[in-house]
Design a protein around this ligand. Structure first.
Ligand SMILES: NC(=O)c1ccc[n+]([C@@H]2O[C@H](COP(=O)([O-])OP(=O)(O)OC[C@H]3O[C@@H](n4cnc5c(N)ncnc54)[C@H](O)[C@@H]3O)[C@@H](O)[C@H]2O)c1
Length: 252
């Protein structure tokens, strides 16, 4: 039998208790990695995933959690910065406090976790960081100005940190999912006036006519995290059913 792709490697996944993060943690573990999930609610994780409770907005808590992960896993080779929250509205709708809150989670959260993990990544021969960005970074979506601004920052942060770390052998990439079928979207639909109509509209916005599966995003993250992608850094990989790149005619 061949050696699993991630055998001997360790991974820390933020937001690893739900949706895309959980699918990624499961996939990396299935391919041989030892995996810890940093989350607000790391309860009920399936074995062999290790749960570590932390809030990415709390720098001291993040540092403690990352050290705990490194101790339990015996190092950190791979960091998946995936924890994130949504925000709806136009420029006129969100207060300054809301802008600070969402940037604090979606952008500064990645900065804090990466900063804390860097000493461990520097010690790895297969170091990789993968950030969960979004189609919102590369396409203008209505009613998502704050969320999109955070993901635009994640895209720029990914490229700039890839440049800073290239000589250290630490690769940094991101994935840009389209609307993905996760608990996040279920919560969004629950709040809609007409959930069935909202779901149909989200499906129709994807050229493939369906939402992206969390497992499909996880597969792209695993590709970028893998030592097999050793020449890939500073890129963003769309996993969006063609939403960013295609210009198709409406279905007849
Ligand atoms: N679902 C989509 O349509 C979609 C599309 C594009 C990008 N994304 C991005 O994918 C990522 C994951 O989204 P998902 O759909 O899996 O969402 P989800 O809500 O299912 O999972 C997000 C996880 O992040 C955790 N989290 C949130 N705030 C945190 C904090 N302050 N500290 C620690 N953990 C925290 C939550 O507890 C949760 O487990 C996010 O960054 C999101 O922006 C999602």
């Amino acid at each position: 039998m061949s050696t699993p792709e991630f055998a001997g490697l360790t991974a820390l996944v933020t937001g690893g208790a739900s949706g895309i993060g959980l699918a990624t943690a499961r996939l990396l573990a299935a391919r041989g990695a030892r995996v810890a999930c940093l989350d607000l609610t790391p309860d009920d994780l399936p074995k062999p995933l290790i749960g570590i409770r932390a809030d990415v907005t709390d720098d001291a808590g993040v540092r403690t959690a990352v050290e705990e992960a490194a101790r339990l896993l015996d190092g950190i080779d791979i960091l998946i910065n995936n924890a994130g929250i949504g925000a709806q509205g136009t420029l006129e709708d969100n207060t300054d406090d809301e802008w600070h809150r969402v940037f604090d989670v979606n952008v500064l959260g990645m900065v804090r976790v990466t900063r804390a993990a860097l000493p461990h990544l520097h010690r790895s021969d297969s170091a990789a960081v993968v950030n969960t960005c979004s189609i919102a970074a590369t396409a203008g979506l209505p009613d998502r100005v704050l969320y999109s601004a955070t993901k635009g920052a994640v895209l720029a942060l990914t490229r700039a940190s890839a440049a800073d770390l290239v000589h250290s052998g630490i690769r940094v990439n991101c994935v840009n999912p389209g609307t993905a079928d996760t608990p996040w979207i279920s919560r969004l639909l629950d709040r809609a006036a007409d959930p069935a109509a909202e779901r149909a509209a989200l499906d129709a916005r994807q050229p493939m006519g369906r939402l992206v599966a969390a497992e499909e995003v996880a597969a792209a993250i695993a590709y970028l995290a893998s030592p097999l992608a050793g020449s890939t850094t500073g890129t963003d990989l769309a996993v969006d059913g063609g939403m960013h790149g295609l210009r198709i005619r409406p279905r007849t």
